[in-house]
Design a protein around this ligand. Structure first.
Ligand code: CA
Length: 228
């Protein structure tokens, strides 16, 4: 699954270089140009890794780092302009995983990013498996789905259904398929159960349940999840 990287950096040319190189390595990239919006993206978009500049207008990188750490174990690489011991120590005390001094070599930075993501893969048992679509994140281990960081209340069955659909976006499942895969064989035959659960899910997830954007009906066949 494509990893999501958040860049928090106020110098747009640096953002552009990072974005270009990360996307070339097939990472998905989002960015913020100041600390406040960076923090809110860090909490709402559940990135797999954050590249965080220290010197930011308003809330600085140390504050962002500390606030993110209160909620998340996401790897944080600090970008520090000065090669000063103080920056490094402070960053690591605030919970950063690593730092890199500007100006940095792109290859070195990419190597560090990869190393941290690899470490994350090894720790996968401890971290949530996350499935994303639109503004939603499905946090599999926590049985939670969030929209822009806010938890959407679902029943267990609704959660299992949306998770199942989101695992294979675009693939159409018949109601019989869904009954079998999500409900288990004991419900075999009661296909209307699927329709009812889909309707409830749409009411909770879709802005306009009458014209769903995500949970789509393929007439005469079944349902699928449209990712973006
Ligand atoms: Ca800066």
């Amino acid at each position: 699954m494509q990893k999501l990287i958040l860049i928090i950096e106020d110098e747009k040319p640096i953002v552009d270089i990072l974005k270009f190189n990360l996307e070339r390595e097939n990472y998905k990239v989002i960015y913020a140009l100041d600390g406040e919006s960076g923090l809110s993206m860090a909490l709402s978009k559940a990135p797999d890794l954050i590249l965080l500049d220290v010197m930011l207008p308003g809330m600085d990188g140390f504050d962002v780092c500390r606030r993110v750490r209160e909620k998340s174990r996401v790897p944080i690489l600090m970008l520090t302009a000065r090669d000063e011991e103080l920056d490094k120590v402070l960053g690591l005390e605030m919970g950063a995983d690593d730092y890199i001094t500007k100006p940095f070599g792109v290859r070195e930075l990419m190597a560090r990013v990869k190393a941290h993501l690899r470490r994350l893969d090894k720790d996968e048992v401890k971290t949530d498996q996350i499935i994303r679509f639109g503004d939603f994140c499905i946090l599999c281990d926590r049985y939670e789905i969030t929209r822009d960081g806010e938890v959407v209340e679902l029943t267990l069955r609704e959660f299992e259904l949306i998770k199942f659909l989101a695992q294979q976006p675009g693939r159409i499942f018949t109601r019989e398929n869904l009954l079998e895969q999500v409900w288990g064989y004991e419900y075999f035959g009661e296909v209307r159960t699927v329709d009812v659960t889909i309707r409830r899910l749409r009411e909770k997830i879709e802005e306009n349940p009458a014209e769903p954007r995500y949970i789509i009906t393929k007439r005469g066949v079944g349902y699928y999840l449209k990712a973006d």
